[in-house]
Design a protein around this ligand. Structure first.
Ligand code: TXA
Ligand code: MG
Length: 323
């Protein structure tokens, strides 16, 4: 297992942290809410390593952190309400979920295949400096292992993730201590997906309307990840396929092909050498490509349940069930 470096909150530490991110590594960094576990959001393999380090059993969409509203506008489409919220509360503990812009460079995996994106401009000076230096959107969930509490200092991060990530930028304690408020602006009344560092009342006062809440729309507000309507392929998904039926599309994993694959409409391999991190990085874009082939069914060869295989299989089982 790799050594996790503790980087100082100075110019050298920032330069090292940015370098690690730009070469696809993982860096935990302070924000005003909690510490985030960052990866270059445009690099799907780097994003896959976040899920592996956290041992997340499923792919939730991640928040992409950017240095300014200007940068955010290249990634997402801001309607009038979203623009007002961004102007009033950024930088700060507010995440806005907006439709992806045509110029969006954030990987499918960071978005969990969705056509929307959660964006945030953090107020913490170190986070801001790191984002400026990196010049990329940085995907970052809270820097804890799945199921543990969110970390508010570098020691918490190391307690959970030492040896599993490349570095932690040590900026002392986070002031807010709770995660950002998440508001979805996808047309119609904005929805509160998760309460957090910006009070609901402050948002409602600004927009002059009540926020629709998660419970009003029938979802559990305590499980924000479940609110995302997951990307579902149009085609049927057939799991654990041992042979290919005529005109199916095929999703392979590993060196072995499937009998009948030469008759497939389109065959894609998540990872020829059986690397689950590479497989996770390709998952959503490959599902889309196979779906776009027009095949009625996507046959999927078996994928091991170890490491990121659990999250990959979770996503595939949902795709197979959603009809
Ligand atoms: O304060 C915070 O928000 C921290 C710091 C590091 O910025 N980050 C954080 O990330 O709490 P995380 O991964 O624990 O929470 C992200 C949540 C997901 O569970 C998901 O519900 C929501 O953000 N989210 C992100 N993108 C979304 C999208 N496109 N649609 C719906 N929900 C989205
Ligand atoms: Mg979290």
């Amino acid at each position: 297992m790799r050594q996790t470096e503790r980087l100082a909150a100075d110019a050298t530490g920032l330069a090292q942290a940015a370098a690690v991110l730009l070469r696809g590594g993982l860096v935990a960094f302070p924000t005003e809410t909690v510490y985030g576990l960052g990866a270059d959001a445009t690099d799907a393999e780097a994003v896959a390593r976040i899920y592996a380090a956290k041992e997340r059993p499923s792919f939730n969409p991640l928040i992409a952190h950017v240095d300014s509203f200007r940068t955010a506008r290249n990634q997402g489409l801001f309607d009038e309400t979203a623009t007002r919220l961004a102007e009033a509360f950024w930088p700060g503990p507010l995440t806005l979920v907006v439709p992806v812009a045509p110029t969006c460079t954030i990987s499918d995996l960071a978005r969990a295949g969705l056509d929307s994106i959660g964006l945030r401009v953090p107020a913490h000076p170190l986070a801001h400096a790191l984002l400026e230096r990196t010049g990329r959107p940085v995907a970052a969930p809270s820097a804890n292992r799945s199921g543990r509490v969110s970390p508010t200092d570098a020691d918490h991060v190391l307690g959970d993730l030492d040896g599993r990530i490349d570095a932690v930028l040590d900026g002392g304690a986070s002031q807010v201590g709770v995660e950002s408020t998440i508001v979805s602006c996808l047309g119609g009344t904005p929805r509160l997906l998760r309460p957090g560092g910006v009070a609901r009342e402050a948002i409602e006062a600004l927009i002059g309307a009540k926020l629709e809440t998660a419970s009003e729309t029938g979802s559990n507000p305590l499980a924000p990840g479940m609110l995302a309507s997951h990307y579902a392929p149009r085609a049927q998904v057939r799991l654990d396929a041992t042979r290919v039926q005529s005109s199916e599309a095929v999703l392979l994993f590993g060196a072995a092909s499937l009998p009948g694959a030469e008759t497939a409409r389109l065959t894609l391999n998540l990872s020829n050498n059986g690397d689950l991190v590479e497989a996770a990085a390709h998952l959503f874009s490959y599902l889309r490509q196979l779906d776009a082939s027009g095949a009625a069914t996507i046959a999927v060869s078996p994928i091991p349940e170890t490491g990121l295989g659990e999250a990959i299989n979770d996503r595939l089982r949902r795709a197979a069930a959603e009809r």
